[in-house]
Design a protein around this ligand. Structure first.
Ligand code: AMP
Length: 395
């Protein structure tokens, strides 16, 4: 059988990210982004063997954009497209792994929309458009939450009245599961350990950030919760705050729920602390220039990250290694170094020369000799989605 091609689609409310993955090739054969969908400025950008291109797709919606993306994918796949993998943010308790999309799956994804009102409807829009355009192709949904469905109940329950869990699904779900799984698996390969008998702490640090404890290939705990706001300091998200903050702001400042949601999700995190930017590169540069807000934002980010990793340690019987990934985790020796400095209790220490070398896609071990493993492992959520899709294709 020749190597198969999978198109991976990630639909946001006004954007579609896509990548074509050939199972035998390490790099994407085609990748791109359709953005500002539904507006006169809608644009499609893509990169293939011929280089980079952009075109205006004025007023295009998800379906129109996909009808333009598909011929590009078919051409890049030499006419041999075998399936489509869709990223879906929330699978609730229904989805513990990826699934072939049929009518029942569509209904179950729609039923979890209350848990992810911004994301799931957009994901569904993309799936429905793709099903209409390519009814003959097998299509698979891969969920950000599914990997964390193995968490034990003591890790996923909140200490709130039981009825909120039983009747309304109020519990911790966790996100970035595709990434935590990909990097923990890759780390096991790199270290020649059996994934099914390995224990990892993982830190996915991008615009969204989360930690996880992965034991024998199963997530045992993670820092995000009911929504992706819980846990670490992120680009514009606050992470953990006192749950009474909502009431306090409503009572003292008269803020509405919408204002508080907006502040915690879009105006907080690195941006809120620094008063400057949500972008770690910009903050590192400003810190070099002595900017107090940027310096503080970085210190809080690293301390809170270390605190979360130490807490995740409760879920591990032993530590085979700590893994850094995501745009920040893969590219920032400073953040890795400041974070590990808070983890002396776990006996972690870095070799700063190795740490400085692991940037721009370079994977490897960065711990000091005689200390537990610390690895930088570039994530590849698209490839993991393609692998999950391939695994479900009819034989
Ligand atoms: P992601 O969401 O995984 O694409 O990650 C985005 C984050 O990675 C942003 O905060 C970027 O500033 C950060 N990032 C990318 N490259 C670097 C770098 N060289 N140094 C520090 N942060 C970086």
């Amino acid at each position: 059988m020749s190597a198969r091609n999978i198109l991976v689609i990630n639909c946001g409310s006004s954007s579609i990210k896509f990548a074509l993955i050939n199972e035998a090739q390490p790099h994407f054969t085609l990748s791109g982004l359709a953005e500002r969908l539904g507006s006169p400025q809608a644009e499609l950008h893509w990169k293939n063997a011929e280089g980079k291109r952009s075109e205006l797709i004025q007023g295009a919606d998800h379906r129109q954009a996909l009808s333009r993306i598909l011929p590009l994918a078919e051409k890049a796949a030499g006419g041999q497209l075998h399936g489509i993998g869709h990223r879906v943010v929330h699978g609730g308790e229904h989805f513990t792994s990826a699934c072939l999309i049929d009518q029942a799956a569509l209904q179950a994804i729609a039923a979890t929309a209350a848990l992810a009102p911004l994301h799931n409807p957009a994901n569904l829009q993309g799936i429905e458009a793709a099903l209409k355009l390519f009814p003959q192709l097998p299509q698979v949904a891969v969920f950000d939450t599914a990997f964390h469905q193995s968490m034990p109940e003591h890790a996923y329950r909140y200490a709130v009245p039981e009825a909120l869990y039983r009747q309304h699904g109020v519990r911790r779900y966790g996100f970035h599961g595709t990434s935590h799984r990909f990097v923990s698996q890759r780390a096991s390969e790199l270290c020649q350990l059996d994934y099914q008998a390995s224990c990892w702490l993982t830190a996915h640090l991008g615009n969204g950030c989360s930690t996880a404890a992965v034991v024998n290939g199963h997530s045992q705990d993670t820092s995000m919760g009911l929504t992706p706001l819980e846990g670490l300091v992120m680009g514009t998200r606050s992470g953990d705050v006192d749950p009474n903050l909502h009431g306090h702001l409503a009572r003292t400042l008269g803020w509405s729920l919408e204002q508080i949601d907006q502040m915690l999700n879009k105006e907080s995190g690195l941006l809120g602390l620094s008063g400057l930017s949500n972008d770690m590169r910009a903050l590192e540069e400003a810190r070099e220039q002595g900017h107090a807000g940027a310096t503080l934002a970085i210190e809080v980010f690293c301390y809170r990250l270390a605190k979360s990793l130490a807490a995740m340690g409760c879920a591990l019987p032993r530590l085979d290694g700590l893994i850094f990934t995501g745009g920040i985790g893969e590219n920032s020796p400073l953040i890795r170094s400041r974070t590990v400095a808070h983890l002396r209790l776990l006996n972690l220490a870095l070799d700063e020369t190795a740490n400085a070398q692991c940037i721009r896609g370079q994977e490897g071990a960065i711990q000091a000799a005689g200390h537990p493993r610390v690895l930088v492992v570039p994530t590849n959520e698209e490839r993991q989605i393609a692998l999950d899709t391939l695994a479900l294709l009819p034989a």
